[in-house]
Design a binder for this molecule. Structure first.
Ligand code: UD1
Ligand code: UDP
Length: 392
């Protein structure tokens, strides 16, 4: 019998954005089954929001660690991930562990691999704000992963420079673009190729008046919990109250620290109730599956968010993004003038949104279509690097 020399790539992820950004890489690796086997391990740090992505990409994990508990702290997430990944790695002969981004799942998985002396490859390496509490705990998660990883897939030249500045060897850094652009292009292609899908989405969001200017909102950062998230909500309320012809769609993250203030301040009647939604101009809805979210991004006039991934996607769709954070690690978008840091202060958020609503010139300057974070071939590039690494 012929010996199987294929390499086992152990892929770990646990949250919505990791699943979206890992899916194109998984697809590439699976397309080369002569050289690679993949073992997919989800920690399920997220549950429902992860399942939406698993379903979309038809990913059936080999291991589901099921660690999510409502409102659990970073201590629980970290220790549960670490101990459960240990159990799995003990069983699986692993040639390389692959993680994405800066979640606690990605950090704990890298640490577990390090303890077993398994090589680690890190997708989306080198993002930095240089402020250890912004974003929290992601800035430290990603720094620690960088010092564990053997291969670094940097999305941009800037990210590569950040890694070099920390003493990471140049021979281990590969600028591949961000895999989220692969995911975005696949989603757009699927949507545009299938008219019934588009019609279904038109129907699903028919409560948004097609004449309205749509502001798409998301917010979930830990460093904004408390007063900042309340301020964000009050700003949204005032923007909707003061600007006729504007509607807000806000898919609310499932974190209880987000949901409590959002529903308290912005009222919950519209959730899952399209009849109520028709009369309202702020639509609070459940987190959306990726394709529906991309459809709404494409329909939006502007995006108000603290999300990392959305800052990367918006330039490819030509949508201005107002970033409700004090710092961003996606300075490429800020420097290109497509993203603007507006912080979390109510008056500033209102002022900046209204500027884009009323000043056409300002709006046009920001609504630029550019692929700043990749060209949709990151998955292919990552496959090439791994093939070379293993001399396959
Ligand atoms: C996590 C990541 C963050 C990433 C974000 C993407 C960490 C520490 N944080 O933050 O980097 O930007 O995901 O969204 O890794 N919940 C559910 N169902 C879900 C998901 C979350 O109920 O499907 C609730 C649970 O109560 C859970 C809480 O949200 O305890 C927080 O989830 P957690 O993964 O700890 O943090 P996020 O804020 O989602
Ligand atoms: N997204 C989604 N549904 C939503 C909101 C966001 O599919 O309701 C997608 C979005 O397009 C991006 C990713 O989820 O690809 C970003 O996730 P999130 O903001 O939770 O995490 P971050 O990028 O900040 O880590």
């Amino acid at each position: 019998m012929k010996k199987d020399n294929s390499k086992n790539i152990f892929i770990v992820f646990g949250t919505r954005p990791e699943a979206i950004k890992m899916a194109p890489v998984l697809k590439q690796l699976q397309s080369d089954c002569r050289h690679f086997r993949t073992t997919v391990c989800v920690t399920a740090q997220h549950r429902e929001m992860l399942d939406q992505a698993l379903e979309l990409y038809d990913i059936k994990p080999d291991y589901n660690l099921n660690i999510m508990e409502r409102g659990q702290s970073l201590f629980e997430v970290t220790t549960k991930c670490l101990l459960k990944i240990k159990e799995v790695l003990e069983k699986e002969k692993t040639d390389m562990l692959l993680v994405q981004g800066d979640t606690t799942t990605a950090f704990a998985a890298s640490l577990a691999a390090f303890y077993f002396k398994i090589p680690v490859a890190h997708i989306e390496a080198g993002l930095r704000t240089n402020d250890k509490y912004q974003p929290f705990p992601e800035e430290i998660n990603r720094r620690l992963i960088s010092h564990i990883a053997d291969i670094h897939f940097a999305p941009t030249k800037k990210a590569k420079q950040n890694l070099l500045a920390e003493g990471i060897s140049e021979s281990r850094i590969f600028v591949t673009g961000n895999t989220v652009i692969d995911a975005l292009q696949i989603a757009l292609k699927n949507l545009k190729a299938d008219n019934t899908r588009l019609k279904r989405l038109d129907g699903r969001f028919s409560y948004v008046n097609p004449e309205s200017r749509l502001i798409l909102v998301t917010a979930h950062r830990r460093e904004s919990f408390g007063k900042d998230i309340e301020d964000i909500c009050m700003a949204i309320k005032e923007i909707a109250d003061n600007n006729a012809g504007v509607e807000v769609v806000y898919p609310v993250h499932l974190n209880p620290n987000v949901r409590e203030p959002v529903f308290r301040i912005l009222a919950s009647e519209s959730l899952n109730n399209p009849a109520m939604s028709e009369k309202r101009r702020i639509h609070l809805i459940e987190p959306l599956d990726y394709e529906s979210f991309i459809y709404l991004m494409d329909r939006s006039y502007l995006i108000l968010t603290d999300s990392g991934g959305i800052q990367e996607e918006a330039p490819s769709l030509g949508k201005p993004v107002l970033v409700m954070r004090k710092t961003s690690e996606r300075t490429e978008a800020v420097n290109a003038g497509i993203a603007k840091l507006v912080g979390m202060e109510k008056s500033v958020i209102i002022r900046e949104v209204e500027r884009l609503l009323h000043d056409r010139e300002e709006y046009k300057k920001m609504a630029l279509h550019v692929n700043l974070f990749g060209d949709g071939t990151s998955g292919e590039k990552i496959l090439e690097v791994l093939t070379e690494y293993f001399h396959l």
